[in-house]
Unconditional design. Structure first.
Length: 275
């Protein structure tokens, strides 16, 4: 358990001390042997028009009921390479949202979005430093989680599935290729409206995954936290014999890793939770 909760807790006039596993043991009560378990809290920075990542995260955490997720939004309505669209990801609104999550005393704050895939890994590296400095809370991101998983898997040949436009897709492939992760096959929907990503049918996502998996890739990436890829990815992994990394699942994995929480109970949601 992380978060620095080592102070005593008062319950009914009795003091409680925090054990190493995050359980407050109540002492001084002769008849009442209750304990209070402090549940790890994951904070998620969420694009304002995203309707997928919250319910999917909650669904995954049903298999890990000791952990709770909490969300703060900032304005993101379009994914494009215009200055207006890129400006949505400036530090200030993100850090303001992170401060609100800090009020909930989250153990980790994660950026549950994929913007650093076209802006560059260094943007998320700077963001996690900024969150830690401004809140005192450790941070994680979806895209840095992908990079860590690629390294763990030894994945160099990536099959890329997104809802994005041609130019955004090309920028992602260039950024990842420069880091040694080559997109050997890709499919995308050509959409820029962030809300509309959630309307891509699971059957279409499945078809795109199957298409790129034929390219002998090391793993398939469903890159977008507002696309309904998590359940599809988990179902197709065994059939296709390739690791499939959905963005909502990757963000949750990265958050649990940052909080030092065993996530093997989520194995039905994909191989990544067993790594």
């Amino acid at each position: 358990m992380v978060g620095g909760r080592n102070s005593a807790l008062k319950v009914g006039g009795a003091a409680g001390n925090c054990t190493a596993n995050g359980v407050y043991a109540i002492v001084g009560l002769e008849q009442d042997k209750r304990t209070i378990t402090i549940m790890p809290r994951l904070g998620m920075l969420t694009p304002s028009s995203n309707t997928v990542l919250e319910p999917v995260t909650y669904a995954m955490l049903r298999d890990l009921p000791s952990v709770t997720a909490h969300f703060a939004r900032f304005k993101v309505t379009e994914i494009a390479l215009s200055q207006a669209s890129l400006g949505q990801f400036d530090d200030r609104p993100v850090l303001d949202a992170a401060e609100l999550l800090a009020h909930a005393k989250c153990d980790v704050i994660a950026w549950n979005g994929t913007s650093a895939s076209w802006l560059g890994f260094e943007r998320d590296e700077a963001l996690v430093r900024g969150i830690a400095l401004s809140t005192g809370i450790r941070a994680a991101t979806c895209v840095l989680g992908y990079r860590t998983l690629f390294q763990k898997l030894g994945a160099r040949r990536i099959g890329l599935v997104t809802p994005y436009t041609d130019d955004v897709q090309a920028r992602i492939a260039a950024n990842w290729g420069a880091a040694g992760f080559n997109c050997v096959a890709e499919r995308h929907c050509g959409i820029s409206d962030n809300f509309s990503f959630c309307e891509v049918p699971e059957t279409e996502i499945e078809g795109m995954i199957r298409d790129v998996a034929r390219a002998d890739c090391d793993c398939v990436v469903v890159l977008c936290t507002n696309m309904r890829g998590a359940a599809v990815a988990a179902r197709l992994e065994s059939e296709l014999g390739v690791t499939i990394l959905d963005s909502v699942a990757v963000t949750l994995w990265a958050s649990l890793q940052a909080a030092d929480i065993d996530c093997r109970a989520l194995g039905t949601w994909g191989r990544l939770f067993s790594l």
